[in-house]
Structures are given as structure tokens and as C-alpha cells.
Design a protein around this ligand. Structure first.
Ligand code: AMP
Ligand code: MN
Ligand code: MN
Length: 331
């Protein structure tokens, strides 16, 4: 059974299909520290573009985390694309830094660049910017593009795009999940995507070591006004044997506390960098603080990376969040 999905209200910029049709060697780049939407959108568009007989290069500056190795084609993603391109497409990133060196190198000069993204903090840094903040995932927008260009949607593309939607909505649970999200997901399942496999691989499983790390972080969490926050140090990661990529998602558990309107997890990275994960209950907004601190995101889920030391970054972020909460309560 096929069911047509109504086009998005803010419809696709017609320049995008035109630019794609006239290009021959296209670089598609997704963001650093890639999540399921970043990788799913990249691979989904890559699979669909195979039908065009153009040369398509898929890139991400960071390696693909193991929970996403079930996605068809992930080994084709390169960290260092070679040569020049006549079109560059950036996916799921609100600023050029987040697309890393592949974007920065390829977008120099006169090369046209297309930005496809759903973050409210998007800086419109492309030649053509298609930013739809109503989309629950960039994968929804890639689905629209594939339909608009009448590209084939095989089971590989469908699996990758559904992975993007499932992970960004945490299994259709976030407040930006719409009837349209579900309608697209239905079409993707009908095209062969396995919802159960995607959910198992990306949401229902994590290594025991990560649970031990979370245990440590949960025991050090603190409440400050309506902000529940916790820290993952390098030492904690060494003690539990969790590598760089394996500790994500804890902040989603913190925001489930009834008493918290905002949740924060500070993660110590190498070279004195502190990664800050932010979540807000519906009705509250953490994207503005993330943007002000050099990051970005959505009203209910955002992040930034600040320089340490840890205690200095914590005070900077918590103070900014308290101020923002005060303003949000007044308005
Ligand atoms: P996360 O907490 O990593 O799941 O990220 C939540 C949201 O914030 C995602 O939509 C990210 O794209 C965005 N985000 C996280 N970290 C950063 C950052 N350093 N810069 C810009 N956006 C970010
Ligand atoms: Mn993302
Ligand atoms: Mn996304």
C-alpha cells in the first residue's frame, strides 16, 4: 500500500533540485560527532542519488559510532574527501564549524553550497539554505527532497532515513513529533525499513560499561534551582572503560526528573574541551543559551562545546541557564 505524504508547509526551495541536477561531482557532508539523524540523512540521500549516475561522495569528519554500523553503506562514508566538487550539500548542521574540515575545504571559492537542516539556531551559511524547524529530523526533509526529485526510495534509503527519524525523536517521543513524522515513517516502513531493528540497535541497547558510567554520573547529580546537572570526567570514563563516543544519552534520563525543567551533562573531552548536553521540558528553551555559548540545537535539545577547566565551564553554563530561566518565567 502506498500513501502520499502532503508536502511540507514550507516547501523545498526549487533551486535545490535544479542545483543538484546540473552538478556532476557532489560532496554531501554531515556533522561531527554524528548522531542517527546525521548518518541516516547522509546515507539516505546517498542511496537515493545512486540512481542519478552522478559522482556522489559522502563525508563526515568523525568516525561512525558502532551502534550505526547496521546501516547499509556506512563504510562508504569518508573522513577526508579528495578532489574538487561542483556542489556541496551540508546536512543536519546549524553552523559551518559543525561540518568540520570536509565542508571547509570543499566550500572554498565559487562552489555553490546547499544547507539542509532543522535547527532553530541555523546560521544560514550556505548559498541556498533550506531550514525547516518544524521537521522533527533532517531525514524528514531528505525524504521530501527524494520525493520532489522523483528519486527511488529503496529499502536501504528507507532504513537510513527511518533511523534518522527514530533517533532524533527518541522513538517518536519528543514534542516535535507530528502526524507528518508518523506518515513519513509509515511510508519508510512500507518501503522496507525495519522499525524494530532500528529501535533495538539505536535506542534499546548500550554496553554494560556505559550503565556503570551512568551510575557514577547519576550519583553525582545536583539540583540548582530547576536545573538538574551532572558530570562525566575523563577519570570516570577511564575507570569504567567507556571510550570517547559511548556516553551519550544520559541527559535524556536527567530531564525525566519531575523536578527538573532543564537538564545538563558536562562531559570532559581531550584538550581541555567540555562538551555540554542540554535538555528542556516542553515550554522551556535551551537553544538560545547553547547558541550564545557557541553551540546550537532545538528548544528542547541543544548543546555546545566550551573550553575548560571543568569548574569554570560549569559555572559559565549554569549561570547563563539560570538567567535564561528567569527571563523565560517573566515572559
Ligand atoms: P545532543 O545532546 O548531542 O544529542 O545534541 C542535542 C542537539 O544539540 C542536537 O540537535 C545537536 O545538533 C545540537 N548540538 C549538540 N552539540 C552541539 C554543538 N557543539 N554545536 C552545535 N549544536 C550542537
Ligand atoms: Mn544531529
Ligand atoms: Mn537532526
Amino acid at each position: 500500500m502506498t500513501r502520499d505524504v502532503e508536502p511540507a508547509v514550507s516547501s523545498l526551495d526549487p533551486q535545490i533540485p535544479k542545483l543538484i541536477k546540473s552538478a556532476e561531482r557532489i560532496l554531501i557532508v554531515t556533522h561531527i560527532s554524528p548522531d542517527g539523524d546525521a548518518i541516516g540523512s547522509l546515507l539516505g540521500l546517498g542511496w537515493a542519488m545512486r540512481a542519478t549516475e552522478k559522482e556522489i561522495i559522502l563525508a563526515c569528519a568523525d568516525s561512525i559510532p558502532s551502534p550505526f554500523h547496521f546501516l547499509p553503506g556506512y563504510t562508504y562514508i569518508t573522513r577526508e574527501p579528495i578532489g574538487s566538487f561542483d556542489l556541496v550539500i551540508g546536512l543536519d548542521a546549524s553552523d559551518p564549524q559543525r561540518l568540520g574540515t570536509p565542508w571547509q575545504r570543499a566550500s572554498q571559492g565559487q562552489v555553490p553550497t546547499i544547507v539542509i537542516d532543522h535547527h532553530v539556531t541555523n546560521l544560514a551559511f550556505g548559498t541556498v539554505n533550506w531550514v525547516d524547524t518544524r521537521a522533527a529530523a533532517t531525514a524528514e526533509m531528505v525524504f521530501d527532497l527524494i520525493k520532489a526529485m522523483k528519486l527511488p526510495l529503496d529499502h536501504n534509503a528507507a532504513t537510513c532515513l527511518l533511523c534518522g527519524i527514530v533517533t532524533d525523536t527518541r522513538g517518536f517521543r519528543t514534542s516535535n513529533t507530528t502526524p507528518r513524522t508518523l506518515a513519513i515513517a509509515t511510508q519508510l516502513m512500507e518501503a522496507g525499513a525495519d522499525l524494530n531493528l532500528i529501535t533495538e540497535q539505536t535506542l534499546n541497547r548500550k554496553p554494560l560499561a556505559v550503565l556503570r558510567l551512568w551510575g557514577m554520573a547519576l550519583s553525582n547529580m545536583q539540583m540548582r534551582n530547576q536545573i538538574l546537572w551532572s558530570t562525566i570526567t575523563q577519570k570516570m570514563r577511564e575507570e569504567t572503560g567507556v571510550n570517547e563516543n559511548g556516553d551519550g544519552g544520559l541527559v535524556n534520563t536527567l530531564i525525566s526528573a519531575n523536578e527538573a525543567n532543564i537538564a545538563v551533562v558536562f562531559t570532559e573531552r581531550e584538550e581541555n574541551q567540555i562538551e555540554v548536553g542540554l535538555r528542556a521540558k516542553p515550554g522551556f528553551d535551551v537553544s538560545k543559551v547553547a547558541l550564545a555559548l557557541g553551540g546550537g540545537g532545538h528548544p528542547q535539545a541543544a548543546g555546545c562545546t566550551n573550553s575548560g577547566p571543568l569548574e569554570v565551564a560549569q559555572e559559565r553554563v549554569l549561570t547563563a541557564l539560570e538567567e535564561s530561566l528567569g527571563q523565560q518565567e517573566k515572559s
